[in-house]
Design a protein around this ligand. Structure first.
Ligand code: GAR
Length: 212
């Protein structure tokens, strides 16, 4: 059975979705860069080992990433899962976990990398927004896409209502992506493309606003 380590920085709702999804893998540990991350308590309630590697204890990004790597590798993970882990990672860290490091981002990448994705989508008036699970590369919020979910942006949406609609789908696509990875149904090939061994697909069009 594959082993995974989840990295968080805060609330931990995506981590919770993964813990509760009965994935075909062992969740070896949850590691946070903040001792006050609410998600740490949720992990403990689920009986999962937790650890804190505080970025504040390190002089620079490089030394933090080395300490983080050491903490992660103690659990010998097959996959490292970023679930609201809000630190920029060094190229060495990313290279160390090539093909084994995944992230969830609250937008349809490559649109809206970075912060405040929902506010920026509302400001631009896009009619479809969503979330993405992808392999991590050294470019922030870029990298080969595993799965995306699209949601409509509704006329009366606020940042909060749109965020909630997207988060609901994050909680569905992250467990799906991890199920595929843990079962060996997808992988990152040498050319940096996501290869699907199980190629079942559906094809529905999302219109937003809907057609009359
Ligand atoms: C999630 O919306 C996740 O997509 C986002 O942080 C939130 C964490 O919530 N991640 C990023 O923006 C990464 N660039 P959670 O702690 O409740 O899972």
């Amino acid at each position: 059975m594959k082993n995974i380590v989840i990295l968080i920085s805060g609330r931990g709702s995506n981590m919770q979705a993964l813990l509760e999804a009965q994935l075909p893998c062992r969740i070896a540990a949850v590691i946070s860069n903040r001792a006050d991350a609410e998600g740490l308590d949720i992990a403990k309630e689920h009986g999962v080992s937790t650890a804190v590697v505080s970025h504040r204890d390190y002089a620079d990004r490089g030394s933090f990433d080395i300490a983080l790597t050491k903490a992660i590798d103690a659990y010998r993970p097959d996959f490292v899962v970023l679930a609201g882990f809000m630190r920029i990672l060094t190229a060495d860290f990313v290279a160390h976990y090539r093909g084994r490091l995944v992230n969830i981002h609250p937008s349809l990448l490559p649109s809206y990398g970075g912060l405040n994705t929902h506010a920026r989508a509302l400001h631009d008036g896009v009619k479809i927004h969503g979330c993405t699970v992808h392999f991590v590369t050294p470019d922030l919020d870029h990298g080969p896409i595993i799965i995306q979910a699209a949601v409509p942006v509704l006329y009366h949406d606020t940042e909060q209502t749109l965020a909630a609609r997207v988060l609901n789908e994050e909680h569905r696509i992250y467990p799906q992506a991890m199920r595929w990875l843990c079962k060996g149904q997808i992988e990152l090939n040498e050319s940096g493309k996501v290869v699907f061994h199980n190629r079942k697909q559906t094809s529905h069009t999302l219109f937003s606003p809907g057609l009359e």
